[in-house]
Design a protein around this ligand. Structure first.
Ligand SMILES: NC(=O)c1ccc[n+]([C@@H]2O[C@H](COP(=O)([O-])OP(=O)(O)OC[C@H]3O[C@@H](n4cnc5c(N)ncnc54)[C@H](OP(=O)(O)O)[C@@H]3O)[C@@H](O)[C@H]2O)c1
Length: 397
């Protein structure tokens, strides 16, 4: 029986993980859970899964959940909160496997501590690898534990890499659906609405990653993620637009052979792969090969989607530049979702923040968090400067 901790249990990946656990009750058991502000769903999950510990984002939510559990006659669940609470969830002695699926840098400390505690980690949270990939992969190596990618592209690469040795890899190809604006002329980008940007053609995901998919920043993060996970320089990680999202990624070997991974567009499959690795077990997540008609590919348009070019730049420089890239993106995406800035302001703000970010290597997670805070403040100031006339004064202040 594998005992699982889920960081971000109320999110899209968290719920998919619970669905996988539910399908294999003889293999997996929920040990601990961490969520943010969704106390309603956290309560339902606590009642259904009876974790040892459940953490919420703040004391207020934790107190409310404690009271509800008491009223429901449930007393055995310890309810904690904040970053220390999430770390407790990730490092609990009864946990064998941690699914890291908190969105953004909020998941970083707990993910790093899970690795440090010798847990096997399934990584959905790409921001962790973007901002602190060097530190996390070095620690996993020290612990002798694999970091198993849940992000579908890296999961696909991980699967294809089983077909050869690392020294035999020429390059990795990450496929991109192209997002909802693949065929939208650049001249129309100024009028893109939040609703249009949230309308992803193939995947149903959280809001931030959906907007990141529309700007191709998500693919940029994935380039950095691949560089860190598979120890490849950026020029050996290529992006190819593949609108059907049928092939999740490819690995090209030195002899010219290319291995591709195909499966349903359902995150439960990479989650199942990570949870059972190195085994493969039967599932009903079947891909109907008979329905496969066409596979289209084209190179990404870096002029239309400058976020991808910015990510390549950050991947090459590393360190603080990747922190600035992620922090500025998170702030700018929140401001766009809040209708404070235009779609095209997202790359502009990121570029401005990256331009002033220091270069250099990172020696600790604390340093990463400090640089992250600085980059966020800078990005928030830039949002203020660009704020649309008459836009609501929202969370970005
Ligand atoms: N969804 C996908 O298909 C997909 C695919 C590949 C990679 N990923 C990556 O996986 C991660 C999660 O994505 P998602 O789509 O599942 O996001 P999501 O639906 O927005 O869920 C985010 C989760 O993080 C929790 N959270 C947010 N802030 C928190 C905090 N301060 N402390 C504790 N928990 C906090 C949320 O809790 P509340 O809801 O309770 O506030 C929620 O459970 C992201 O890094 C994303 O890039 C997602």
């Amino acid at each position: 029986m594998k005992r699982i901790a889920i960081l971000g249990s109320t999110g899209s990946i968290g719920r998919s993980t619970l669905s996988v656990v539910e399908s294999y009750p003889d293999r997996f058991q929920i040990a601990t859970l961490a969520a943010g502000n969704n106390t309603e769903l956290a309560f339902e999950q606590a009642v259904r899964w009876k974790p040892r510990i459940l953490s919420l984002a703040n004391e207020q939510h934790a107190a409310a959940l404690r009271a509800r559990l008491r009223a429901a006659g449930i007393s055995e669940i310890e309810v904690v909160h904040g970053a220390p609470g999430t770390i407790q969830v990730a490092t609990h002695p009864e946990v064998d496997f941690v699914v890291s699926a908190i969105v953004g840098v909020s998941g970083l400390e707990a993910t790093y501590e899970a690795v440090r505690a010798g847990k096997t980690v399934g990584l959905a949270n790409k921001e962790c690898l973007v901002v602190a990939g060097e530190l996390i992969t070095a620690e996993a190596k020290k612990q002798g534990k694999p970091l198993l990618p849940i992000d579908s592209e890296h999961n696909a690469v991980h699967q294809c890499l089983r077909g050869g040795r690392m020294e035999e890899v020429a390059r990795v190809w990450l496929t991109a659906s192209g997002g909802p604006f693949l065929h939208t002329p650049k001249s129309q980008f100024a009028s893109i609405t939040v609703q249009q940007a949230l309308n992803h053609p193939t995947w149903k995901m959280g809001k931030r990653i959906t907007i990141d998919s529309a700007t191709l920043m998500n693919k940029g993060f994935e380039v950095i993620e691949a560089c860190r996970l598979f120890h490849l320089p950026p020029e050996r990680v290529q992006v190819i637009v593949h609108p059907q999202s049928t092939i999740h990624s490819l690995v090209e070997f030195v002899d010219g052979s290319i291995l591709a991974q195909i499966s349903v567009t359902d995150m439960r499959l990479p989650i199942l792969y990570a949870l059972t690795y190195p085994e493969r077990i039967p599932s009903d997540l079947r891909f109907s090969i008979n329905d496969l008609r066409r596979l289209d590919f084209c190179p990404p348009d870096l002029d239309k989607f400058p976020c991808l070019a910015l990510a390549y730049e950050a991947a090459a420089t590393g360190g603080a530049k990747t922190i600035a890239l992620n922090a500025a993106d998170e702030v700018a995406v929140a401001a766009f979702l809040d209708e404070q800035i235009d779609f095209q302001d997202i790359p502009r703000i990121i570029e401005e923040v990256m331009a002033v970010a220091p270069a250099g290597r990172l020696e600790s997670i604390q340093k990463v968090l400090t640089l992250d805070t600085e980059a966020r403040l800078l990005a928030s100031a830039m949002v203020k400067k660009r704020r649309r006339k008459g836009s609501p004064i929202g969370a970005i202040s």
